[in-house]
Design a protein around this ligand. Sequence first.
Ligand SMILES: Cc1cc2nc3c(=O)[nH]c(=O)nc-3n(C[C@H](O)[C@H](O)[C@H](O)COP(=O)(O)O)c2cc1C
Length: 336
Amino acid sequence: MTTAVERIPAVASLRRAAVRATRAPSVHNTQPWRMLILADRMRLFADPARRLRILDPRGRQLTISCGCALLNARVSLAGAGHAARVTRFPNDFDPGELAEVSVVPGVADLDLARLDFAIEHRRTNRRRFGDEPVPAEVIDALICAARREGADLVPVVAPLHRLAVARLSRQADALENADPAYRAELRAWTTNDPSRADGVPAFAVPHVTGESGDEIPLRDFDTHGAGWLPTRTRSSMSQALLLLTTAGDTARDWLRAGEALERVLLEVTARGYAASPFTSLIEVARTRAELIDELGLQAFPHVLVRVGRAPAAEPTRRRRLGDVLTEIAGSETMPS
Ligand SMILES: Cc1cc2nc3c(=O)[nH]c(=O)nc-3n(C[C@H](O)[C@H](O)[C@H](O)COP(=O)(O)O)c2cc1C
């Protein structure tokens, strides 16, 4: 069958998909994934050594991050003209094997293929966002992108709900920052070493002076006092705020939430907008429960996203491909 996009051989496409998977966002830029390419398929594994012990005790954000990588791999294969079959949690004996993506005969998903170019342009943008509202048709497209991945994206619109999100964000921020173990973990994953291939770099975070005036605080990554971006991010209650939720709260839901998050972020990028995720208010069990209650949610929240127009952000670094990818050309078996 023919497609509107040019098709390249499966192994080359899988390698390209692995490279693009590594461009995904991940909590604290931990890049908690490993990949294995067999002849016509790719297996995606969680890397438990990269789980954040304090912030992410259940591995929810690790799995969401891997879901983002999975979506990029799917988009990349579609962009290379391939149809793909995805089996999530294919191995009952290994919950760390998150997905298998096989190249199969058929027509590429053109809705995914059109997002391929956005993978290299997507960034977490922690700069000040402009004041102009995000048009309703853009919000609708983002809601639709999340739905295609089995998740919901709930615009936080009602003034009472916005107030609740702002209050709970500040509360979660204060609770986390009061915990020395949280601060130590954050310090370990933030860096002003330009050669470091993981962690959140100083050039991607605002310089924190305690004067940001944010109603919805961005996470204070500036643990070394070296943040390059302007202090004032104007993260306010009036910006476009969208809450990503799923019906359940299992590992499978987390993986799907990650796929939905990245699909939304690529759609944001493709439309010339910027976004940054907030997860503090969801990490703290108490504020997550209050959020569900105050917004009357019938689902589990995972990530709050702000969307707007902003000056460009720099790309963050990724680990070397050889450190995350194993290739077994022509083999059908796993290494022992
Ligand atoms: C599950 C998840 C949670 C995140 N939580 C936050 C957050 O609370 N605050 C924030 O500023 N960035 C957050 N991020 C963004 C990451 O810090 C970012 O993806 C990473 O540093 C790599 O940078 P990049 O997205 O520009 O490639 C989160 C990303 C993911 C996938």
